[in-house]
Write a protein of this length. Structure first.
Length: 250
C-alpha cells in the first residue's frame, strides 16, 4: 500500500513526534538536558497538503453570507525564508496557506436566534490516534505559541481548544499584523491567553490543561464587512525564541 504525503504525516510522523516528546520529557525530568523540544502544530511548507484537512468555518454554515476558504500558495522568490532555501534554482518554491474570503454581516432571514452575523475561522483537525493514544499537542512545559504569518489590517483571534468537560471552551488571544502585508513572526505567552466560552470571558480562568490541546486555529469576528486575507506559514509551541530573536512578544 502506498501512503500519500498527508497520510504519512498523520500515521507515521505523529508516532515519531509522540516518541520524541516522551523521550525528551524523560531526559529533561532526569536532568540530562533541557529545554523541552518545540511542538510543531502547523507547518504548511513541510506538509503543504495538510490544508485539506483543516476545518474551515463561517456563518455560511448556518445560512449566513460570509464565505471562507483555505488554499496553499507558493512563496514569492523574495519572500522565501532562509531556512527554506535549498540552493537549487530549479527546486519548486515552498508553500504556505492562505485563508481568505468575505465577511458579510447581513442577518439571514427566517433563522431564529441569530441577532449578529459575520464570522469566519479555521482550525486544525480533531486529534488522531497513535500508539500512545490521541494525538494531543502537549505544550504544558512550553512558554510561547509562535506564529509566522502575513495578514491584512484586520484584528484576528488565535484560538486553542483543549480536551475539557465543556466543548465550547476556548483559550483566545488577539492577533494583528504589526506590518500588514509583510511576513512576521510573533510569540504569544501561553499565560496571556484568556479562557472563553461562546464569546464570553470566564471571570475565574481556572486550570488550563495545556498537555491536552486538541486544536489550534484562527477566527475573524471584527464585524467589518468586506474581503480578508490571512497567510500562515507555521504555528508551533516553544520555550525559546530561536527562530527570530528580534520577533516581538504580543
Amino acid at each position: 500500500m502506498r501512503f500519500t504525503a498527508p497520510l504519512r504525516r498523520t500515521l507515521i510522523q505523529r508516532h515519531i513526534e509522540e516518541i520524541n516528546q516522551y523521550t525528551a520529557k524523560a531526559f529533561s525530568i532526569g536532568g540530562l538536558y533541557a529545554p523541552f523540544p518545540d511542538v510543531n502544530m502547523v507547518d504548511f511548507a513541510r506538509y503543504p497538503e495538510e490544508h485539506k484537512s483543516m476545518k474551515v468555518m463561517s456563518d455560511g454554515d448556518h445560512r449566513g453570507y460570509s464565505r471562507a476558504q483555505m488554499e496553499t500558495v507558493p512563496f514569492k522568490p523574495d519572500e522565501i525564508p532562509e531556512e527554506y532555501k535549498s540552493g537549487d534554482p530549479n527546486a519548486p518554491p515552498p508553500m504556505y496557506a492562505k485563508f481568505s474570503g468575505v465577511i458579510d454581516i447581513n442577518i439571514p432571514p427566517g433563522v431564529p436566534g441569530i441577532f449578529r452575523s459575520g464570522y469566519t475561522g479555521w482550525r486544525t483537525p480533531d486529534p488522531k490516534w497513535t500508539l500512545f493514544g490521541k494525538t494531543y499537542f502537549n505544550c504544558e512545559a512550553l512558554a510561547f505559541l509562535g506564529l509566522r504569518f502575513k495578514a491584512d489590517h484586520r484584528s484576528y483571534y488565535v484560538n486553542i481548544q483543549c480536551d475539557s468537560h465543556v466543548p465550547t471552551d476556548l483559550w483566545q488571544h488577539r492577533l494583528f499584523a504589526r506590518t500588514p502585508g509583510e511576513w512576521e513572526t510573533v510569540y504569544i505567552p501561553f499565560q496571556d491567553f484568556v479562557k472563553t466560552t461562546e464569546g464570553n470571558v470566564f471571570e475565574k480562568q481556572g486550570y488550563w490543561p495545556r498537555h491536552k490541546i486538541q486544536s489550534v486555529g484562527m477566527s475573524l469576528i471584527d464585524g467589518i464587512p468586506g474581503p480578508f486575507e490571512m497567510c500562515i506559514d507555521k504555528i508551533w509551541a516553544s520555550d525559546r525564541r530561536e527562530m527570530d530573536e528580534d520577533s516581538p512578544l504580543v
